[in-house]
Design a protein around this ligand. Sequence first.
Ligand code: KMH
Ligand code: ZN
Length: 274
Amino acid sequence: MDKLIITAAICGAEVTKEQNPNVPYTVEEIVREAKSAYDAGAAVVHVHVRRDDGTPTQDRERFRECMDAIKAAIPDVILIPSTGGAVGMTAEERLQPTELFPEMATLDCGTCNFGDDVFENTMPTMRAFGKRMIENGIKPEYECFEMGHLDTVLKMAKKGEVPGDPMQFNFVLGVPGCTPATVKNLCWLVDAIPAGSTWTATGVGRSAFQLAAPTIVMGGNVRVGFEDNIYLSRGVLARSNGELVEKVVRLSRELGREIASPAEARAILSLKAR
Ligand code: KMH
Ligand code: ZN
């Protein structure tokens, strides 16, 4: 089994300092959280950015500023900027980070309920995002909240509408209104991916660590971070993303699986040398 790749989703677009004061907004706070996750064992950081007041933005220059600052602090980390942004943003707004030619970026694979909101990803939007990622040499991380999302992106890959082999999926389970974070649901999804693909599981809220443990045993990779969960354990707010990553490292070592460095993660994810 490959070593475990840990992704830290340090910020997200929806979680606020009112919920956990350690959620990063400013460039300095984003770098602090990325470094805490990296120092704890994360090879990958999933990047959303905010204005200093916490407002989510997909502004290209804010992404440039934040990603350059993270890279200055931890040069070898793999960055996966979001093209999901926040609910309600236009496709044009969301695509901006792809203009920076990151080695990877998220590509959301379908529309779904998202709490009280609707996270819209129409077929034309997804085709436009796939085309941009092919043109700019970006490897997508395919975000699937539902089995229908996975089925859709597999069909798009067959038609050449999104980058193909080897594909990297992130199964985000436990979002209110989407697929619940159960082991049965995770197995159903993992069984449907093509041979040679890689995958990550993200458990939202209280399921974060309950989904991490079976994922480690099944050979998948794990995402944790404030985007998905702000608690270290029941009622205990995490003081940093690093604390959340440390807990996954402990689980993985107890279960006999070592942690991938960024270089090892690049090899596992078949990322091209740049
Ligand atoms: N903020 C969510 C509505 C992604 O990063 O690609 C979407 C999201 C997915 O976070
Ligand atoms: Zn995200």
